[in-house]
Design a protein around this ligand. Structure first.
Ligand SMILES: *[C@@H]1O[C@H](CO)[C@@H](O)[C@H](O)[C@H]1NC(C)=O
Ligand SMILES: [Zn+2]
Ligand SMILES: [Zn+2]
Length: 348
């Protein structure tokens, strides 16, 4: 196989990954899970017991229990990108007369992002405790549609406030539960949704800025090499101009690490940009992703027990009233940044 086929396969695989992840992220019945369970069923008879048990243990440890593994992975990936940027791209850009100010933007963004990342990890998302539950119940009214009064969490043995959910990973109920994020090893809830949003935005900005600077550097490298004006002699002895594919091949061979890093950063950017748009949209319409999935019938089948009287939780919900929580974009955003306090409404 020659270089161009390999490159084509590389691009196709990356694009397919982006497409699949965007399409199916967050859904419980996605092709990844189906494929995974199918593969594990097929290989089960051929794998020894200890291997099955340990892989099951690893999976459980990674996704069903709190662990810092993804935080370390996050830091490692980020460190690799920044090391590559600092050691190869930075020097090249300095030679090209890129100003120090624009070259320091990625580092400023890194500092900002790290703050939000830290706050996301360390802030209490809004754990429902025995002491706080009586006041948390008054923060949001029960809509009798997705959240019904008088329902208790079987594990915590506490009444569930409206908009809260039990997190199985952290084993606690969380006020205004959004989802459990393995990358920050914490739930996203009333207390830290704002940091989570800012974190996502700053990661996107970081990836975009690094991609732009690196792309600019590669462009200059191509212009400087004079490859665009170059030509080669083909197998019939004719002179041919070097086309764009020639340039791509040249870049791949001259700066393999930089091109790989650029591909990774672009991948991360598109992935996170979609995710960030989704979460910003939810913030603007005063919904949590938990409610979003629930109101579309993704989670509803499981939200037992429910009082028989108001059995409104059928999968076929009134989709015209999807955003009936919303009281205007600005107020919705305000609530994310200044979440209503439990004590404020006490005694209502
Ligand atoms: C957001 O939705 C909840 C519904 O439970 C509502 O109580 C709250 O007032 C809404 N906030 C805004 C700012 O619309
Ligand atoms: Zn609970
Ligand atoms: Zn959690």
């Amino acid at each position: 196989m020659d270089f161009l086929h390999l490159f084509g396969i590389y691009v196709a695989v990356v694009l397919t990954c982006i497409f699949l992840v965007c399409k199916y992220s967050g859904q419980q019945h996605n092709p990844f899970n189906t494929l995974l369970s199918y593969v594990s069923k097929v290989v089960a008879p051929f794998t020894p017991q200890w291997l099955q048990r340990s892989s099951h243990w690893i999976f459980h440890r990674l996704f069903h229990q709190r662990s810092n593994i993804f935080i370390y992975l996050h830091i490692f990936l980020e460190g690799s990108v920044y090391a590559e940027f600092t050691y190869e791209v930075f020097g090249f850009c300095r030679e090209m007369d890129t100003s120090l100010t624009s070259l320091s933007v990625p580092y400023v963004l890194l500092a900002i992002k790290s703050c939000f990342f830290y706050l996301c990890i360390k802030t209490d998302p809004g754990t429902v405790t025995k002491k706080k539950v009586s006041s948390l119940i008054h923060v949001y009214p029960y809509d009798r549609r997705l959240f019904h009064p008088g329902v208790s969490c079987e594990t915590c043995q506490l009444v569930k406030p409206a908009r809260s959910k039990h997190c199985r990973v952290c084993n606690r109920c969380v006020q205004r539960f959004d989802h459990h994020c393995v990358w920050v090893n914490n739930c996203v809830g009333a207390g830290n949704t704002r940091y989570f949003l800012l974190y996502l935005l700053s990661v996107c900005a970081m990836a975009l800025d690094i991609a732009l600077l690196t792309g600019d550097m590669l462009l200059h490298a191509v212009l400087r090499s004079g490859l665009l004006r170059a030509s080669y002699i083909d197998e019939y002895g004719q002179q041919q101009p070097a086309g764009p594919l020639f340039v791509v091949q040249h870049l791949f061979l001259t700066f393999p690490r930089i091109v790989f890093m650029l591909g990774f950063v672009i991948f991360v950017f598109f992935l996170l940009a979609g995710y960030t748009l989704f979460h910003s949209f939810l913030a603007l319409v005063n919904q949590t992703s938990n409610e979003w999935y629930k109101s579309r019938g993704f989670v509803c089948r499981h939200c037992h027990p429910m009082p028989a009287a108001d059995n409104l939780c059928s999968p076929v919900l009134d989709h015209s009233k999807r955003y009936y929580y919303s009281r205007g974009l600005l107020r919705n955003l305000g609530e994310i940044f200044f979440p209503p306090q439990a004590t404020q409404k006490k005694g209502n």
